[in-house]
Design a protein around this ligand. Structure first.
Ligand code: MN
Length: 129
C-alpha cells in the first residue's frame, strides 16, 4: 500500500454535491481534483490524467455527455473510466450517458456505498500506467 493513491477528477457544478463527493473520496484516501463545468473538466482530465472521472451530466458551458464524448474520442484519455452522476431517474439519461461513452453511472441522490463500490470496480479494471 506504499503506492501513490489514485487521483479522481470530480466534475460537478453543484457545490454541495461536489463537497460531499470530495469529502467521501478523501475519507477513502483518494487524491481528488475538481472542476465545476464541462470545459474545465475536459481540460483538467487531459492535463492531469486522473485514474477515474466522476462526471455530472447537467453542467454549465459544456454538458457531461459532450465532455464524455470528447474525452472518449481522445486517445490520450479514452482509457480513463468515467462514472456518470445522473440527476434524473429517467432511463433515457442513463442510456444517453452510456451512449456518450460513460463506463457506468450512479443515480442522484448518490448512494455513497454504491458509488464507492463502483469506483473500486472500475479502478481494478483499468490497466496501470
Ligand atoms: Mn449539475
Amino acid at each position: 500500500m506504499a503506492e501513490t493513491q489514485p487521483c479522481i477528477l470530480v466534475v460537478e457544478d453543484n457545490l454541495d454535491n461536489r463537497t460531499l463527493l470530495i469529502d467521501m473520496l478523501g475519507v477513502m484516501n483518494y487524491r481528488v481534483i475538481e472542476a465545476s463545468d464541462g470545459i474545465e473538466g475536459v481540460e483538467m482530465a487531459i492535463r492531469e490524467k486522473p485514474a477515474l472521472i466522476l462526471m455530472d451530466l447537467s453542467l454549465p458551458r459544456k454538458d457531461g455527455w459532450q465532455a464524455t464524448r470528447e474525452l472518449k474520442s481522445n486517445k490520450a484519455v479514452a482509457h480513463i473510466p468515467i462514472i456518470a452522476l445522473t440527476a434524473h431517474a429517467m432511463h433515457g439519461d442513463r442510456e444517453r450517458a452510456l451512449e456518450a461513452g460513460c463506463d457506468d453511472y450512479v443515480s442522484k441522490p448518490i448512494d455513497l456505498l454504491e458509488l464507492a463500490q463502483k469506483i473500486r470496480l472500475h479502478l481494478e479494471d483499468t490497466p496501470g500506467e
